[in-house]
Design a protein around this ligand. Structure first.
Ligand code: UFG
Length: 326
């Protein structure tokens, strides 16, 4: 049995669907603070539990024979984390502490965990390898780095093997259009851009056009959520094969600017997208591009949907299908 924490969220709901399609039995735990029950595949067993609730989490571990955990439950808004850092240490870091305690007590030894490019902060060299310095510039990235260290020391003391996956910019949606990115508070570029052709937003603000990049706007490495989840399945098999704990970047290795994303979204939707130039958003690095070479070499990961047009087409299909979310 695989336990998916945060399985009602954007990325977690894709993981649940793909795990089930690949023949795994899945238990989902989600507090539904930001997730949607409707996005959880019906073949999964669902518990509305907060991972900080040790008693309730323990009951889930006692009801099921859990082999491995995929951990997606965390707060993940950079801006919010700067305004309310303690929320991030409470949910992400303390939540991981409770989880590790329950794992230790129930002899669960495998976990795949969502980390982030935000652990690197402002990169000195791109593409970013896993050996790059980790110097987060916001409490969100700091909380994820702290979690990585908690897993490392829990491996040393209790033999809990982990794979930490440092995500770059996750986007796109399942090809069915049934599940996708539907945050109540949306901050991510692609879903916000698509709100304009959906008629939900007048224009998209471009946060800064004076960066030292080819068109002056920030460059990001967009990774399709389907490719991202496939890396989790490979990481699960990597731990099942008895390998050591490890850390991998998950990105495509190529970068697209904010203006390029908007242009492709105009082509995909067939509608003009009005833009406004706004001031830079604080803490935004100008260029974030992953080196995915380590995941390719060790996990044998091959992202297949790296074309930003396909990523936007798949996101658009979901938003047309569910214009008001779940
Ligand atoms: N952007 C705009 N206008 C918007 C929204 C975003 O111009 O309305 C720009 C941002 O300034 C940035 C780019 O679009 O240059 C991408 O922004 P997102 O908010 O979509 O993504 P981020 O790169 O800020 O965030 C991602 C992950 C975070 C992670 C972070 C690490 O979503 O979880 O990378 O820096 F922490």
């Amino acid at each position: 049995m695989i336990l998916v924490l945060g399985g009602a969220g954007y990325i977690g709901s894709h993981a649940v669907k793909i795990l089930i399609e690949s023949g795994e039995s899945v238990v989902v735990v989600d507090n539904l603070e930001t997730g949607h029950l409707a996005s959880v595949n019906k073949k999964a067993i669902f518990y509305q539990v907060d991972i900080r609730d040790e008693e309730a989490l323990t009951a889930v571990f006692e009801a099921h024979d859990i082999e491995a955990i995929l951990h997606f439950s965390a707060n993940s808004l950079v801006g919010e984390s700067c305004e309310n850092p303690l929320k991030y240490f409470e949910n992400n870091v303390y939540g991981a502490n409770v989880l590790l305690k329950v794992m230790r007590d129930h002899d669960v030894k495998k976990i795949i965990f969502s980390s982030t490019a935000a652990v690197y902060g402002e990169p000195k060299i791109v593409p970013i390898t896993e050996e790059s310095e980790t110097l987060p510039t916001n409490p969100y990235g700091e909380s994820k780095l702290m979690m990585e260290k908690m897993f490392k020391w829990s491996d040393a003391a209790h033999g809990i093997k982990f794979v930490s996956l440092r995500y770059f910019n996750v986007a796109g949606a399942d090809k069915s259009g049934d599940i996708g990115e539907a945050h109540t508070v949306e901050t991510h570029l692609i879903p916000l851009v698509l709100q304009v052709p959906l008629g939900k937003r007048e224009a998209i603000s471009i946060y800064g056009d004076d960066y030292p990049t080819k068109d002056g706007t920030c460059i990001r490495d967009y990774i399709h959520v389907i490719d991202l989840i496939h890396a989790h399945l490979l990481a699960l098999n990597y731990l099942r094969a008895g390998n050591e704990s490890n850390i991998f970047n998950l990105g495509s290795g190529s970068g697209f600017s904010v203006k390029e994303v908007i242009e492709v979204a105009e082509e995909v939707t067939g509608k003009p997208i009005k833009t406004l130039i706004a001031p830079r958003r604080s803490g935004d690095p100008s260029v974030l591009i992953a080196s995915p070479e380590k995941a390719k070499a060790i996990l044998k990961w091959e992202p297949k949907h790296t074309n930003v047009r396909e990523i936007i087409e798949d996101a658009w299909r979901f938003h047309i299908n569910k214009p008001n979310g779940y």
